[in-house]
Design a protein around this ligand. Structure first.
Ligand code: MF3
Ligand code: CO
Length: 253
């Protein structure tokens, strides 16, 4: 069931997502060689609590497993849900996906960026740029009257036009009083198919692109998804409200 949000609810979700955006900006500035993802996790949780919000992912339950940290930090071939660690300092040339969520006044905010650690390869730069552009292409289609497949296919078309592959095993989602609401928002699909987008829907749109094939597998920790072929992966996410006049990106500063 898709829960439509009233304008007042969308403004609360805007406030929740601004906190997420502030945290991600702070984390981006903290990323450099030698920093650990556990350091980043601590920064994120502290800033969140200072803003009167609560980290959304810590203690979140998926299929009977409890996520142990505030931040998801996914390095290089890690696609999503990398668990912060104090034992793996970032190195020059890494790329790191930072996926963050909060709960504020009863509503969720959710956004992700992928950033370089120092100078990275041309391929890594292109993968990050293309993933950001694919997200923008999806957002552009998030308008009342368009269909979900328009959004999904816009993301896929942009990714594949640059010879990157779209991860199938994880998708975006509706968001509101729960982190994951209907509908699922795939990053692949066909234009003119799927549900009709309506005013008051709020979607977390989150393309994950791989430099190699689309296949992913789960590491031993039960959370970290990695590319099966070891290729680089990038992830960007915005929470977007569908309102009259076009997409309202809630998670930008
Ligand atoms: N942005 C991710 C998502 O939408 C983060 C969830 S991590 C979890 O699914 F631990 F909370 F599951
Ligand atoms: Co999400």
């Amino acid at each position: 069931m898709i829960v439509l949000k009233a304008p007042e609810e969308i403004e609360i979700m805007r406030a929740a997502n601004v906190i997420v955006a502030e945290v991600l900006a702070e984390l981006r500035a903290a990323v450099r060689p030698g920093v650990t993802t556990a350091d980043l996790d601590r920064i994120a949780e502290e800033l969140t609590r200072k803003r009167g919000a609560v980290p959304a992912f810590k203690g979140y339950c998926v299929a009977g497993r409890v996520y142990p940290a505030a931040l998801c930090a996914s390095i290089n071939d890690e696609v999503v849900h990398g668990i912060p660690s104090a034992s793996r300092p970032l190195r020059e040339g890494d790329i790191i996906g930072l996926d963050y969520g909060v709960i504020y006044r009863g509503y969720y905010g959710d956004s992700a960026i992928t950033v370089p650690v120092g100078t990275v390869s041309a391929q890594a730069e292109e993968l990050m740029r293309t993933t950001r552009e694919a997200l923008e292409a999806g957002i552009e289609a998030a308008r009342p009257g368009r269909r979900l497949g328009d959004l999904s296919s816009a993301i896929q078309a942009h990714a594949e036009s640059r010879n990157f592959s779209v991860v199938r095993d994880f998708v975006g989602h509706g968001i509101g009083k729960r982190l994951h609401e209907d509908p699922q928002v795939p990053n692949f699909g066909q234009a003119d198919r799927g549900i009709r987008l309506r005013e008051g829907m709020v979607l977390a749109i989150e393309p994950m692109l791989n430099a190699g094939g689309p296949e992913v597998e789960l590491k031993e920790d039960g959370w970290t998804a990695v590319t099966s072929d070891g290729s680089l992966s990038a992830h960007f996410e915005h929470s977007v409200a569908i309102i009259e006049g076009g997409p309202y990106v809630l998670s930008c500063l």
